[in-house]
Design a protein around this ligand. Sequence first.
Ligand code: NAD
Length: 346
Amino acid sequence: MILWGLGAMGRLMARMVLADPDLKLVGAVSRRVSESRAAGTDIAEVAGLNRPTGIAASPTLAAAVEKAGGAQVVLQATSSLARECAPELQACLEHDLDVVSIAEELAYPWAGNPKLADRLDEAAREAGHTILGTGVNPGFVLDTLIIVLTGVTGHVASVYARRVNDLSPFGPTVMRTQGVGLSVDQFREKVADGTVVGHIGFPESMHLIAKALGVRLTAIEQAREPIVSKVRRQTPHVLVEPGYVAGCRHTARGLVGGKVFIELEHPQQVRPEAEGVQTGDYIKIAGYPDIEIKTAPEIPGGIATAAIAVNMIKPVLEARPGLLTMLDLPIPRGSARRAAAVVADG
Ligand code: NAD
């Protein structure tokens, strides 16, 4: 397999694949490798792994395929947006490769861009290859996990879920898109002009749930509110003074015929423990019977995203061609065969 994007997630994926006796990492595409340096740059150097891999990173997919040969699938970890991913997906199909992507919008691209989704689906079918969008969220906590839980209900009346997480491990891009460190006024201005977006993935998760449960959402309402800190909070990337924004409380309601059918909440902030906030994932399904589960602390976003992407490689290789979703594939599962030490520290 080939990794496309060696940022925070690509690095974690590299560790998991290198630890797996059933998978073989043969190449990687990274913007940080220039044509001139390409020949000798080990993935370990670009991805900050502890030991050399003997596998070279390449500046383009074409170069990676030429160098590696024999690859069947690409793990794409470059962007959140379907339209940004599309040319890369097209290139993968042209090189005869399946794709597992963690781009949030690809979890259900018909939610935001149905024309592009149809076009990608058609291109994948014509090429005889599979494209899947997955991740921790969207891809698992606020959709697949909920859907699996409904499998033991006789009737579903409504769904409520909340993921409370810690943004501290993330870098400057996430701080900017969540509005961390801003004043409340600046936060509201940037929500209005679209610079602060909060969580990317609510419409995708909601459509996945609705499709699985056999209903059609008539509207999706979203709100983004600042989480204002009472104390000073600091991470390597941001400083939040008291009275300033520590994160974004992003909520969404999916309606069916004027009634709320799905309600999702995703308050994300840096250093939640500074004010005694416990991270965690909570799911409540109202129906017959009612079901409620909770996991605290949160399922860790980085490890979980890399893991589910790597865990979906085998099902994707065995799947029918097309642009698929988590609904189309077998339930995700982990591996007891990977070398724990390599997974944990590279
Ligand atoms: P990151 O910013 O740390 O890394 C992205 C890397 O991709 C960077 O190194 C960048 O240089 C590289 N890149 C971008 N375009 C490229 C291209 N065309 N060719 C080669 N390299 C390219 O981000 P990350 O934390 O690794 O996450 C990657 C993406 O996945 C982000 O958009 C993030 O929002 C998304 N994500 C989704 C989930 C989910 O649950 N679905 C979870 C985590 C991250």
